[in-house]
Design a protein around this ligand. Structure first.
Ligand SMILES: *Cc1c(COP(=O)(O)O)cnc(C)c1O
Length: 243
C-alpha cells in the first residue's frame, strides 16, 4: 500500500479499533468501519475504495447520489449509507440509491422508504436513530418511542430493520461517552427482546449498533455487547477536518 495521507489515517483508525477490541475483549470481526465521506469528493471515495473500504456514509441525499454517479466503475462494489436527517420529499431518492439508512426517526419516513424501495432491489437495511439525551433540539426518536417505531418498521417489506443508531452529546470524558452508549445498548437489548417475542425472524435480524465516531469510537467498542455488529461511523479521522 502506498504511504499516502489517507492510508496513514486509515492505518491509525484500524489500529485504534484493534487496540480497543483487545482492551475491551470485543471480537474485531464484529466491528465494521463506515467511512463518512460527506463534504469530501468522489476522488476521496475512490482512494478509500482502493485502500479496501467498501462502506461510505453521506448526510445529504444529492451529494451522495452525485458521488455514486461520478464512480460508475465502482457501482455494485460499494455500499452507500444515508446517515443524515431525512425529509419526506427525499425518501424516494434514498430508497432508490442507497443500501442503508441509519436515521429513521418516525413511522411516516419508514413507510415511505418501504413503499418506494424498488421491488427488484434487496430491502433497504435500516436503523432507527435514537435521541439518547432526550433533548428536543436533537434528531432521533425519543427513547420512549423507539420500541413502537421498531415494531412498526420490522413489518415493512421494503425495509430490513437491523438496529439502532445514536449521535450522543460530544464530551471528552470517556465515562460520559460510555454512559451515553450504554443507554443506547440497553434500549437496543430491550427492543431486541420485544421483537423476538412478537416477531422472531425480525428479532433475529436486529443485530446492529451504529455508534461511535472519530472522537469516541473506543467508548463505543467498550460498550458493545457480544453477538452484536458495531458500525463505527468515522469521518474526520479518515479524511481530515471538514471545511
Ligand atoms: C459527520 C458524521 C459522522 C462522522 O463524524 P466524525 O466526527 O467526523 O468522525 C458520523 N455520523 C454522523 C451521523 C455524521 O453526521
Amino acid at each position: 500500500m502506498p504511504d499516502t495521507p489517507f492510508i496513514h489515517n486509515l492505518n491509525a483508525v484500524n489500529a485504534r479499533i484493534q487496540r480497543a477490541c483487545h482492551q475491551f475483549q470485543v471480537d474485531p470481526a464484529c466491528v465494521s468501519l463506515l467511512a463518512v465521506s460527506k463534504t469530501f469528493s468522489a476522488q476521496h471515495v475512490r482512494e478509500a475504495a482502493q485502500a479496501g473500504l467498501r462502506d461510505f456514509g453521506e448526510n445529504y441525499v444529492q451529494e451522495g447520489i452525485d458521488k455514486m454517479t461520478a464512480l460508475p466503475d465502482l457501482r455494485g462494489q460499494l455500499r452507500w449509507h444515508f446517515i443524515g436527517p431525512l425529509q419526506s420529499n427525499k425518501t424516494k431518492d434514498v430508497a432508490h440509491h442507497f443500501d442503508w439508512i441509519h436515521s429513521i426517526e418516525r413511522e411516516k419516513i419508514a413507510q415511505r422508504l418501504s413503499d418506494q424501495r424498488p421491488k427488484e432491489s434487496a430491502p433497504l437495511q435500516a436503523c432507527v436513530q435514537v435521541n439518547v439525551s432526550g433533548e428536543s433540539s436533537k434528531s432521533g426518536a425519543l427513547p420512549a418511542e423507539v420500541e413502537a417505531l421498531c415494531l412498526f418498521a420490522a413489518t415493512l417489506p421494503g425495509l430490513s430493520l437491523r438496529g439502532l443508531m445514536a449521535i450522543p452529546e460530544p464530551t471528552p470524558d470517556m465515562a460520559q461517552q460510555r454512559a451515553q452508549f450504554r443507554a443506547l445498548v440497553q434500549l437496543y437489548e430491550k427492543t431486541k427482546a420485544t421483537l423476538m417475542r412478537e416477531h422472531a425472524s425480525a428479532g433475529a435480524r436486529f443485530d446492529v449498533l451504529s455508534m461511535g465516531m472519530s472522537a469516541d469510537l473506543e467508548s463505543a467498542i467498550a460498550e458493545t455487547p457480544p453477538r452484536t455488529q458495531l458500525i463505527v461511523r468515522v469521518g474526520t479521522a479518515l479524511f481530515g477536518s471538514r471545511s
